[in-house]
Write a protein that binds this ligand. Structure first.
Ligand code: SF4
Length: 240
């Protein structure tokens, strides 16, 4: 990490009001705080090149209050990234301040840093966690970390997102679904096509990929309660 985590400051790329483009709260108005930096490097990531600046805790909270007043009400303040849990000391203070203001908090995370989640889960109203198939990310497998993370996260409202490309290894997909079945089988699982294919198309514009997702959805639905396919709404609407 280029910036040492502190309690008072964090590197933030943007704070803005928009529609939630993913998951079980798709289409709701959320206030987004996007943290810079991630500790892994998914091959398809489109978030890590965004410029960021150092913001203090007070400055961040003031910006949230201003946006809530001018563009709210928002259903949630969504902490996203990058990986927000990298900024644990800042994040725990920020979450506490947001809760004190009566705002609902939504933590969007790659589902790996379970020790950090343990420290802040008391102030999170909703957790949107990823399961990362190594065959798609080209990173290592995080099966053990995901399992521990899900055990902790499932004490709150939660959904799981799996980003998929045509390179998904079926055995690995099956292992991820088995993990959900074993730990929290009622958790909604969102299958999301990868964004920005090499030819410039969005994943949902590729019929072969969408057919594959349909087959995976059928396979997973035989084992766990709720499996949905959703493209990223903000990419379709061409909004932030
Ligand atoms: S976990 Fe998310 S932010 Fe981190 S590299 Fe992967 S896609 Fe990008």
């Amino acid at each position: 990490m280029r910036y040492p985590p502190t309690t008072r400051e964090a590197r933030i790329s943007e704070i803005f009001s928009s529609l939630q483009g993913e998951g079980t709260h798709l289409g709701e108005r959320h206030l987004f705080i996007r943290f810079e930096e991630c500790h892994i490097h998914c091959e398809y990531c489109d978030e890590l090149d965004k410029p960021a600046r150092v913001m203090t805790l007070d400055e961040t909270v003031e910006t949230v209050q201003k946006l809530e007043k001018e563009e709210g009400p928002h259903s949630f303040v969504s902490l996203t990234g990058g990986e927000p849990l990298l900024y644990l000391s800042f994040l725990s203070r920020l979450l506490l301040r947001l809760k004190t203001l009566g705002l609902r908090t939504y933590l969007e995370t790659n589902g790996i840093l379970w020790q950090a989640l343990e420290a802040v889960i008391g102030w999170c109203d909703l957790i949107a966690m990823d399961l990362k198939p190594a065959s798609v990310t080209k990173e290592r497998s995080f099966l053990k970390e995901h399992a521990r993370f899900l055990e902790i996260a499932s004490t709150k409202e939660i959904f799981i997102k799996i980003i998929l490309s045509k390179e998904i290894d079926l055995q690995e997909f099956q292992e991820l679904i088995q993990l959900v079945k074993r730990i929290a089988p009622k958790t909604p699982v969102i299958l999301q096509p990868i964004s920005s294919l090499e030819d410039g198309l969005e994943g949902h514009e590729d019929p072969e990929l969408m057919q594959l997702l349909g087959e995976l959805q059928r396979m997973a639905s035989r084992q766990i309660a709720q499996v949905r396919i959703t493209p990223r709404l903000h990419r379709i609407l061409k909004i932030r």
